[in-house]
Design a protein around this ligand. Structure first.
Ligand SMILES: O=C(O)CCC(=O)C(=O)O
Length: 274
């Protein structure tokens, strides 16, 4: 038995590359987080999409709180050990009846990690049903290792460069990962996954936290930032990210700008490799 996951869930992750759904907090708490997100969006008059969809845990204490939720970190610890860095957070909200989708990809493609150990925890703030465009995965595909991706230009693909797997693989069997507000799904860095358009009448909002063990270094030429969220970092491969103290404060915005610019340079460098 792990700290959060059962032995069967841990074995399922090893065998198939994912686990879902897992409970973190109540639907009421999810509603409170969503309210904070929407209050911020109202001040900017835009979705927490482009410009804010990377690393908002550096801008908002409520996002930092979710990223450190014991249920989340206990599950991560069960899979990658006790010394944990939050490496990235990506948010791709989908409006009601939104044609936007995420094409078939592997998260490892972006990150340039050695070893490529990374786990994504996708926390739902609203209902992410199949109809609303939850994630869909190819069970067991994490065992295929890194596959080649090509850039697919499409205004509806939410991935920044439309990176999509462009080599054949067996996609005859897929599984959906529907999650309710306050629940999360877990997937491995090499797992092939996607998410479809939102065909429901409500917004689909979730936060995709990427965690790595402190020993996973980035092989790019830009020194990246990361936040130690549990344990100890004796490697020092990343500049420390400070926790946000006030929502969208000046210092928070300045650090966020710099961290995202570096992260973006890292993404561009990795993109040149596939
Ligand atoms: O938000 C989505 O629909 C897709 C998220 C995703 O691909 C990820 O978190 O790795």
């Amino acid at each position: 038995m792990g700290k959060k996951l059962t032995d069967a869930q841990i074995q399922h992750y090893r065998d198939f590359g994912y686990v879902s759904p897992v409970d973190a907090f109540s639907a009421d708490e999810a509603g409170n987080y969503l309210q904070q997100l929407e209050a911020f969006e109202a001040t900017l008059n835009q979705q927490m999409g482009k410009g804010f969809n990377f690393k908002p845990h550096l801008l908002f204490p409520w996002v930092d709180e979710i990223g450190r939720h014991p249920a989340v970190l206990d599950a991560v610890e069960d899979l990658i050990g006790p010394d944990i860095l939050l490496f990235n957070l990506a948010v791709w909200p989908k409006k009601a009846r939104d044609p936007a989708y995420v094409s078939w990809h592997q998260d490892s493609t972006y990150f340039g990690l050695e070893p490529s150990t990374q786990v994504t925890i996708w926390v739902a703030l609203t209902d992410a049903s199949i109809e609303a465009g939850c994630m869909e995965v190819v069970p067991g595909s994490h065992k295929l290792g890194q596959l080649h991706h090509g850039e697919v230009p499409s205004k509806d693909i939410l991935l920044s460069k439309g990176q999509t797997i462009d080599v054949p693989y067996n996609s005859s069997k897929t599984a959906f990962m529907p999650v309710k507000p306050g629940q999360f799904s877990i997937h491995d860095t090499y797992l092939i996954h996607a998410s479809g358009p939102n065909q429901s009448d409500h917004r689909r909002v979730g936060l995709g936290f990427s965690y790595i063990p402190t020993h996973a270094r980035n092989n790019g030429s830009t020194r990246l930032t990361a936040m130690l969220v549990r344990g100890e970092d004796t490697f020092g491969y990343y500049d420390d990210e400070p926790r946000p103290r006030v929502s969208y404060g000046e210092a928070e915005q300045a650090f966020h700008r710099d961290a995202v610019a570096r992260f973006q340079r890292g993404l561009d460098e990795q993109a040149a490799k596939y």
